[in-house]
Ligand binder design. Structure first.
Ligand code: IVH
Length: 682
């Protein structure tokens, strides 16, 4: 007989409850606090034990068991739920001063604290807990009546099925937002495409709504949804908090996640400062927001203010410019990149998106163009999120004019007229002409000169074009002969004597760059900064890289087989070797050798993620980055909870406030120097 069935049932039942509590606790540590206390293996062991117990005693399975998060059988349809307390909307105001004036008049007071929160672009939900157990989840619907999504909501890992702690009201209705983080949204769309789905989600809000409103909760379970709670519908308990901020703190004690970027601010000034801070953080936030919400913090004052029509008088929303807009496609251009990749780009009637005027949007590649079926004349939805380039999300088919023009697949390079090809297993169509294609040559020279490569200040696209057009250079090696031709340079339109001197000095300075930068600057496909650095570290000299066999290249840590193959082929081509040899013949260069770095194990920076902001007196950004990386730090462009230090130089940007909000330790330049000194690079 199965030992689980043989044992004393009351002992087994006690163990079952203990397991559920422990799993609930560790789930919260992991998914909400981002601070696990046990290993994944230990968690899995608890989970398995519970599963086995429930298998032996199916009569003990209840919907609030953590094992039920995987999703139950599909539903026939969504049941309707009438909200006992209507889910109101919020008034949008153009200026917080207007809102503050109404509130202070209503309360007859001038000093007012507001709970300021990001307005998260997701789906509003109502969650009902009875004696601390989730019994119902519903969408907002029209505010009066929504749809029941309990089975779907149960699959959300950060949503507690049972509240932690004690003192829960008998019936508690929590209101919040279900959303998808931007990175999760992008991964989901990529996975949908990979599976051959034709349509993907236009934005994180649609992705969240579409994932929650799945009749099959098992599909919802696979979608990375999250929850932030921001209010209460009903359920005031004894010793209930007196402010919104305290209520959120109580929620957190009960394991209900709340937005970490919320704050309490005072008066109009406080609201304005918060608005500015959030606006500057918008591109770095991991979730999409469409504005912010200000709510009177004191709950008794809210009661006094009451409601008008469908919105409370104690809350207001300030909207940001939308990340999406509709516009028309005036043409589809084909750009040729430095590796020959042909990229279709939609030329658009100018339109404001998220506060920026957009005239072009990428269509990524021709497969994507075909999938989205974008035609000249179409009305399209464009989106610009974070720092990424604007993209065409979808065509508004209902608006397609009869004479919309399809763009055929290119059969020749639009820049050089040469042949194009598509390699096996690749979606990208490329011009095969290499450096005899002017677009590729220009791209290669610009890449060589770029900041992370040889860092030749003042040598941008326009200058490169000019130098090529005048026959002053034909490749990157010619750059180092330019100093013998300063007269024709000065004669060039738009190049005064001073700028010629500066450019020549910048070219001279680039002789000092090391092997890692040099390898990256060569622009070998699939050889990014990190791969170039690994190669430099492993081989130490350019001669060794050039002579290395494919096997040896593959054996280098962090160098994949594709990149290894590319490097090997690059140096087998006579033209490439000739160019590299001309560069190597240049006197006084640092390209032949790797810079030796001693990674100081045990150094406080080893393995730490750091972010730089502002100007440092001692180093340029690039130098600081190199130093920090030499000590084993990872230098990142954006802050998160995982950032170890923010290094703030002179006039730091919005990152400073962001770091303070995240509780990230901030170092000024002298603190940084102190940390680095004594562990100087060899
Ligand atoms: S409070 C009566 N706080 O915005 C006030 N709403 O029109 C109730 N939303 O769909 C809402 N983030 O779900 C509040 N921090 C936040 C919010 C937020 C997003 C949504 C809400 C509703 C809409 C309000």
């Amino acid at each position: 007989m199965d030992p689980l069935q043989a044992a004393d049932p009351s002992l087994l039942l006690a163990r079952l409850h203990q397991l559920r509590d422990q799993i609930g606790y560790h789930n919260h540590r992991y998914h909400v606090l981002d601070a696990p206390e046990i290993t994944d293996d230990a968690y899995d062991a608890l989970f398995r034990e519970l599963q086995e117990l429930e298998q032996a005693h199916p009569e003990w399975i209840t919907p609030d068991s953590p094992t039920q998060r995987v999703g139950t059988a599909p539903l026939e349809g969504f049941a309707k739920v009438v909200h006992r307390v209507a889910m109101l909307s919020i008034d949008t105001v153009a200026d917080v001063a207007e809102f503050h004036r109404r509130v202070s008049e209503g309360l007859g007071a001038s000093e007012i604290d507001y709970a300021a929160e990001p307005k998260i672009d997701g789906v509003a939900v109502s969650l009902i807990y009875r004696d601390g157990v989730l019994v119902q989840a519903a969408t907002r619907g029209d505010g009066r009546e929504g749809e029941e999504v309990t089975a779907q909501a149960r699959t959300i890992q950060s949503l507690p099925l049972r509240l932690l702690g004690a003192g829960h009201p008998e019936r508690l209705e929590v209101r919040g937002e279900i959303f998808m983080r931007l990175d999760a949204f992008e991964r989901l769309n990529a996975a949908l495409l990979e599976r051959g789905e034709k349509r993907v989600f236009a934005n994180p809000r649609n992705a969240a709504a579409g994932s929650l409103r799945q009749l099959d909760p098992r599909i919802t379970a696979q979608r990375p949804l999250q929850l932030y709670c921001h209010g209460v519908g009903e359920g005031i308990a004894a010793d209930w908090p007196t402010t919104h901020a305290q209520m959120m703190a109580r929620f957190r004690e009960w394991g209900l996640p709340t937005c970490p970027d919320a704050e309490v601010v005072r008066g109009v000034e406080g609201c304005r400062a918060y608005y500015q801070k959030l606006e500057s953080m918008r591109d770095q936030l991991p979730y999409e927001i469409d504005g912010m919400v200000f709510k009177v913090n004191d709950l008794a004052s809210r009661e006094r203010l009451g409601f008008v029509a469908r919105a409370p008088r104690w809350a207001a929303a300030c909207k940001f410019p939308s990340r999406e807009a509709l516009t028309t496609v005036e043409g589809i251009d084909i750009q040729v990149g430095r590796t020959g990749a042909l990229t279709p780009v939609a030329r658009l009637a100018p339109v404001g998106v998220g506060g920026v005027t957009v005239t072009n949007a990428t269509l990524h590649n021709f497969e994507e163009l075909a999938r989205k079926d974008v035609r000249v004349g179409d009305t399209v939805r464009v989106r610009r999120a974070g720092d990424v380039i604007p993209e065409v999300v979808e065509v508004v088919l209902a608006q397609r004019p009869a004479d919309a023009v399809e763009i055929p697949l290119p059969t020749a390079c639009p820049e050089c007229g040469g042949a194009v090809a598509r390699s096996e297993g690749e979606v990208v169509i490329r011009c095969v002409a290499g450096f005899s294609c002017p677009a590729q040559l220009k791209g290669a020279i610009c890449h060589f000169a770029s900041r992370k490569a040889m860092n030749i200040d003042g040598l941008g696209e326009e200058r490169v074009e000019l130098l090529l057009a005048q026959g002053l250079i034909a490749d990157v090696a010619d750059l180092y002969q330019l100093h013998t031709r300063s007269e024709p340079l000065v004669a060039l339109e738009r190049m005064g004597e001073k700028s010629v001197t500066n450019l020549l000095a910048a070219i001279e300075a680039s002789r000092e760059r090391d092997l890692a930068r040099f390898l990256f600057a060569l622009g070998i496909r699939d050889v990014g900064e990190a791969t170039a650095a690994s190669l430099a570290r492993h081989f130490g000299s350019i001669a060794a890289v050039m002579e290395a066999g494919e096997d040896e290249l593959q054996g280098v840590a962090d160098v994949g087989p594709v990149a290894a193959g590319r490097v090997w082929h690059f140096f087998r081509e006579a033209r490439n070797r000739a160019l590299v040899n001309r560069l190597l013949a240049e006197p006084g260069t640092g390209w032949h050798q790797a810079t030796l770095r001693v990674v100081a194990d045990g150094h406080p920076l080893a393995g730490a993620t750091v972010v730089l902001t502002g100007t440092l007196a001692a180093w340029t950004r690039q130098e600081a980055k190199a130093r920090l990386e030499g000590l084993g730090a990872k230098v990142s462009g954006s802050l998160s909870k995982r950032t170890r230090y923010l290094i703030a130089g002179e006039s730091p940007g919005s990152k400073l406030a962001q770091a303070q909000a995240l509780g990230v330790e901030i170092l000024d330049e002298s603190a940084l120097l102190a940390l680095v000194q004594g562990h100087a690079l060899a």
